[in-house]
Design a protein around this ligand. Structure first.
Ligand code: NAD
Ligand code: DAU
Length: 334
């Protein structure tokens, strides 16, 4: 395939930056990142990439004047930009509606004007949650049933994409992925929060009983799946991305404690998240069978060990956010 020019929104965030690294390593493509650099965006996450192939434009996906010329000069748009944290959406939903709904609408109008290929990044949370004691997993046909303001705005953005495909013939695909882990994830999220707490001598914090199940996938595997969908996905189709990584939060926190040389019960239970989804699980069979994708990180413990090492070695990256993040949690008893 000849080199393309990709517009990657949210490319200074956790998964967006993993995707840009992946594209630069695996293709000849060039990339423009459009990122507002909110509290969750890090210039440093793109610093080691070649300036000849990656350019960062600081701007808002909801700003049509910024978006339009960037879309006009791109061969494809990969849309990661979003407010992404459930807990924040429970305390202040406004930015989620603006970035996730108006932002996606603004991009859809631009790709409609310019006839540009669009890939929309979404989440398994649009489907709500599953019971703990069933073998059931999410598929592309599971009805939408989001629980939090965050997941409701992601569900709304997915439906906008579907409507723009059907009504306007926009050439779009959607992917709904499970929980990601890996380097460069904000310290507000579960795994990096507990790793950096332990580095700082703070006991990890488990919401409620800790029996909630998440289906973990490494951000690099999410990236390889998105690239595969961009290259070979069927227009109008939704692909679920997951790597059979179900674990409950108690298991994950105990693993982190053990791997960091502490007793496995050295953590605190704190107030539960309101409306806390119980279990997510992805059936990624169509992605594996039709697009021949498979994950590289099959060993969660090995991926977690490498992630712990990354946070130990990259304190400069996460330290500036740590105190303010913990203060926010403390204010709500978490
Ligand atoms: P993140 O919070 O780490 O990064 C989001 C990025 O988007 C940041 O760089 C931020 O500055 C940027 N951004 C936010 N609002 C913007 C706006 N209005 N204009 C331009 N840039 C803006 O998030 P993440 O965890 O990397 O998630 C990226 C995408 O993947 C999101 O769409 C999220 O819904 C989806 N997703 C995340 C996960 C996960 O486990 N983290 C799983 C499935 C899907
Ligand atoms: O499923 C995909 C989703 O995964 C993405 O759409 C979201 O953007 C991403 O943030 C993530 O959502 P979660 O709410 O599952 O992730 P979070 O890291 O916030 O929490 C993971 C689990 O850990 C969840 O059950 C809540 C729990 N938790 C979280 C924190 C921060 C704790 O027990 N203690 C904590 O301190």
């Amino acid at each position: 395939m000849s080199a393309r020019h990709l517009l990657v929104t949210g490319g200074a965030g956790f998964i967006g930056s993993a995707f840009v690294h992946h594209v630069i390593e695996r293709t000849e493509d060039t990339v423009t990142v459009l990122d507002k650099l909110t509290y969750a965006g890090h210039r440093a996450s793109l610093e080691d990439l070649p300036a000849s192939r990656v350019r960062l434009v600081v701007g808002d996906v909801a700003d049509a004047a910024v978006v339009d010329p960037l879309v006009a000069s791109a061969d494809a748009v990969v849309h990661f930009a979003a407010e992404s944290h459930n807990d924040n959406s429970l305390h202040d939903p406004g930015p989620f509606l603006q970035s996730n709904l108006i932002g996606t609408f603004t991009l859809l109008e631009a790709v409609r004007r310019h006839g540009t290929r669009f890939h929309h990044i979404s989440t398994d949370e649009v489907y709500g949650d599953l019971a703990l004691d069933t073998p059931e997993r999410f598929t592309e046909f599971t009805p939408y049933n989001p629980s939090s303001p965050y997941s409701a705005t992601k569900a709304g953005s997915d439906l906008l994409v579907r409507a723009w495909v059907r009504s306007f013939g926009v050439a779009a695909t959607i992917s709904n992925c499970s929980n990601n882990y890996g380097p460069r994830q904000h310290v507000e999220k579960f795994i990096p929060r507990q790793i950096t707490n332990l580095i700082d001598g703070i006991r990890p914090r488990l919401y409620g009983a800790g029996l909630n199940v998440r289906d973990w996938i490494h951000a690099e595997d999410h990236s390889s799946a998105v690239l595969r969908i961009l290259e070979a996905g069927e227009i109008g189709r939704t692909y679920l991305i997951g790597a059979d990584g179900e674990k409950n939060n108690k298991q994950v926190v105990e693993l982190i404690l053990t791997m960091m040389g502490r007793d496995s019960d050295d953590y605190d239970h704190v107030a539960d998240r309101p409306g806390h989804d119980l279990r997510y699980a992805i059936d990624a069979a169509p992605l594996r069978d039709e697009l021949q994708w498979s994950p590289r990180f099959r060993d969660f413990e090995a991926g977690l060990a490498a992630t712990i090492l990354w946070y130990r070695e990259n304190e400069d990256w996460w330290r500036p956010q740590k105190a303010a993040t913990e203060a926010k949690y403390q204010a709500v008893g978490q």
